[in-house]
Design a protein around this ligand. Structure first.
Ligand code: ADE
Length: 364
């Protein structure tokens, strides 16, 4: 990836990005950075690049010609197709991880940094392909936003992060925030690491982390959670869904059906049963007199532990399923019921979308 930053402050760009991970990536030749001084392209003997705005008003405006020539010079030196020219401005589309991913696929990027009261509109119309903002606040110039973008884009360029999977599973992957992380000591100032992380079972850990991501996103970023839900719903209706992982749902009668036969107590139970049918899953209701029959049921249905999922409305149900090391969705009958600390595993899923999302993921 080759960045060409058009700026009035080239030293700011050069000094700001040569350290740590990006510095190493530049040494390895994975990314190249060129800070182009717009003043080098003015014909003014005092190297002036700005003037008063037509129509009056505060501040100065960067003139069109030096910007145009700087951009033209860079485009001429770039091999192959013309590069995208990104004007960093609070008036642009908000930069996010999806845009970082899109831009990381480019070979060259030209970033244009403004100062003062902006840049003459005519040159922007001529050269700019994308208007991008890093957020709804106004900074004194475009250099910091350009550096923010270069940092976010560069770490997605293959080879820049030593461990490439880490970019894949982190925050914003799948529209979810990252799960919480813990390191030694196991107990810090009386606070213990969640026990599931010490169990050594990677499937369980992965499920727990997924759950934490979902819960954290819903709490801290309801806007992202909404996109996640929408994406989940879209993929549920994707008929290409593979169906060989989850095979069996074992549920309390009260988890899915109402007190009266055939009358769904939970408002979404009908839709949920439809999804179970659509995913071609088998549903077995636990006999009320023997809520611990998981083993027998699984034997009879010829499914393994990882192919079954338990839906239960009681803490006892969760504990019984847990004893068999079965994955569990806990649908509390009483939202205010207290529950043992160890119920950290898909607990308190109480709405259709989330329960369906869990099903969909496990049925993949
Ligand atoms: N220039 C000044 N403020 C900015 C912002 N928030 N994003 C991008 N460029 C800017």
């Amino acid at each position: 990836m080759n960045y060409h930053v058009l700026t009035l402050f080239p030293e700011m760009i050069e000094q700001g990005l040569h350290t740590s991970i990006l510095g190493r990536a530049m040494e390895k030749g994975l990314i190249n950075l060129e800070a182009v001084d717009i003043r080098d392209y003015t014909e003014d003997k005092h190297r002036k690049v700005d003037d008063y705005p037509y129509g009056g008003g505060a501040g100065m405006v960067m003139q069109a010609e030096p910007v145009f020539r700087a951009c033209e010079d860079v485009q001429r030196r770039i091999e192959g197709e013309k590069a995208r020219v990104i004007y960093v401005t609070p008036q642009g589309k908000t930069f996010d991880q999806a845009l970082a991913q899109e831009l990381a696929r480019e070979k060259d990027l030209i970033l244009l940094c403004g100062h003062y009261e902006g840049i003459d509109e005519r040159v922007l119309e001529e050269v700019v392909t994308d208007y991008v903002s890093i957020g709804d606040y106004v900074l004194t110039g475009g250099e910091l936003p350009a550096m923010v973008m270069i940092d976010a884009i560069s770490r997605l360029v293959p080879g820049v992060l030593s461990n490439e999977v880490s970019a894949e599973f982190e925050t914003f992957h799948d529209n979810l925030l990252e799960y919480p992380q813990y390191s030694r000591p196991e107990v810090w100032r009386g606070k213990a690491v969640p026990p599931v992380l010490l169990c050594g079972n990677h499937d369980r850990i992965e499920d727990w982390r997924r759950e934490q991501s979902i819960l954290r996103t819903r709490k801290r970023r309801p806007d992202l959670y909404e996109s996640y839900e929408t994406a989940q719903m879209a993929s549920i209706s994707d008929k290409k869904l593979s169906k060989n992982r989850l095979k069996l749902i074992i549920a309390d009668k009260s988890a899915l059906t109402g007190a009266e036969e055939g009358c769904p107590e939970r408002p979404w139970a009908g839709e949920f049963l439809e999804l179970i049918r659509e995913l071609d899953l088998k549903l077995v209701l636990l006999p009320e007199e023997d809520p611990k029959r998981f083993c027998k049921i699984m034997e009879r249905e010829r499914v393994g532990r990882r192919e079954a999922l338990v839906f239960t409305t009681t803490v006892e149900g969760v504990l019984a399923a847990r004893e068999e090391r079965l994955r569990t969705v806990y649908l509390p009958e009483d939202e205010t019921a207290s529950e043992p600390k160890e119920l950290i595993y898909y607990r308190r899923i109480s709405d259709l979308l989330e329960a369906m999302a869990v099903l969909r993921k496990l049925a993949q």
